[in-house]
Design a protein around this ligand. Structure first.
Ligand code: UD1
Length: 365
């Protein structure tokens, strides 16, 4: 049994991770600023058995208090919108990078065995491609506009997307990606310098119950689900053939457990994906079917979101080798679970409205 501190642990991934840690007998302390977004979230809430310390990761005193008696840290505290990061630059750099710096400053005096940081597939920019001769292309760019969605080589021939391994050169195309890369590097550098073990997990497109429904910048499955619940057509950007790797949050929680435990993981960087790639149009249709609304077809907008990449999906070989980690949630089962959770959310929402209405009319004590 160990005592684990999870920074930013009251959110989507942290709540699932806390449940997994508690289930295997660990003690869990969460340091979370409980920003409005989290309060407002129809939460898959943090289990009661987890100790919640409310505080900002940039507050050295709060971090030092949270570290008392801790054996290992999972660092999730971060601002997480790619689009938003491009206009809230100071906030993203402060929370993500200064926050990580403050955490490590405190860890110098009170080291732990291991620190596992949540990094992101966004650091890759475009995923890895191969050209017509089979050569790897690390710096693919798309032309965009007028239907030219696919990255092409210098001769205009289409490139073929392939699974992206950890050693692909980063292409830090957003402030968010930049801050995530700094978090990752700070963790590996400073942990090693002070006799701790650092591990970075590059998360792909995480989905599942508890996912933020209100963030317009990310979480395409939650966005589509919210549309479908309201009998609206999901809006599919580009032509819908862009491919991603959707990984269920319970698999992500298991990856964190492995990253905390496995001896071979020390100092490593790992992709956490399902190892399967799917097109956005395909997931829109699958979700509509899972929700019993197969007749609601996605609307293909033919427009690209600024800064979006075309394809990126995980090469999961290294995680399988060092972490013995393999995602195991079947996509159809994961969708069914998401749909069930979403239905309960709207039921809760109506209940809340009803309660307020009764209160307004003086009908509840
Ligand atoms: C991005 C980041 C990822 C980050 C995640 C959470 C990149 C390359 N990836 O993932 O690192 O962890 O956000 O912040 O920056 N889409 C639609 N219709 C919609 C919404 C989205 O078609 O209504 C499409 C998008 O164009 C995209 C795909 O769905 O092709 C996935 O979008 P999203 O869920 O926002 O995640 P990413 O951009 O892949």
């Amino acid at each position: 049994m160990a005592k684990i501190l999870v920074t930013g642990g009251a959110g989507f991934i942290g709540s699932h991770l806390a449940r997994h840690l508690l289930a295997r007998g660990d003690d869990v302390r969460v340091l979370d600023a409980m920003i409005d977004q989290v309060h407002a979230r129809p939460a898959t809430s943090l289990p009661r058995e987890a100790e919640l310390v409310i505080g900002d990761v940039r507050d050295g005193d709060a971090v030092r208090r949270a570290l008392a008696g801790i054996d290992a840290v999972v660092h999730l505290a971060a601002e997480v919108g790619v689009g938003q990061s491009m206009y809230a630059i100071d906030r993203y750099v402060a929370v993500n990078d200064l926050g990580t710096a403050v955490l490590f400053q405190a860890l110098i005096d009170r080291p732990v065995r291991r620190v596992v940081v949540a990094s992101s597939m966004s650091i890759y920019g475009e995923g890895l491609y191969r050209d017509a001769d089979g050569a790897a292309v690390e710096d693919a760019e798309r032309r965009g506009g007028d239907g030219g969605w696919e990255p092409v080589d210098a001769a205009g021939r289409p490139l073929v997307p392939v699974p992206t391994p950890e050693d692909k050169r980063p292409a830090l195309a957003s402030v968010y990606a930049l801050t995530k890369y700094v978090q990752e590097r700070l963790t590996l550098n400073v942990a090693a310098a002070y006799g701790m073990e650092g591990v970075a997990l590059r998360l792909f497109n995480v989905y599942g119950p508890g996912q933020a429904l209100s963030n317009p910048y990310t979480g395409v499955l939650a966005i589509f689900a919210a549309r479908l619940l309201n009998r609206r057509r999901p809006l599919v950007f580009e032509d819908g053939r862009q491919r991603r790797d959707f990984v269920h949050v319970s698999d992500v929680a298991r990856a964190f457990l492995a990253a905390l435990d496995r001896p071979d993981a020390a100092g490593g960087v790992y992709n956490v994906g399902s190892g399967r790639d799917r097109s956005v149009a395909e997931v829109a249709s699958a979700l509509a079917a899972a929700m019993g609304r197969p007749e609601i077809e996605p609307e293909v907008t033919g427009k690209a979101r600024k800064g979006d990449i075309r394809h990126c999906f995980a090469d999961v070989t290294r995680a399988a080798r060092d972490l013995d980690f393999c995602a195991r949630t079947d996509f159809a089962d994961g969708l069914a679970e998401l749909v069930e959770w979403l239905a309960a959310q709207s039921a809760n929402d109506r209940a809340e409205e009803a309660r307020r209405e009764l209160e307004r009319r003086g009908l509840v004590a």
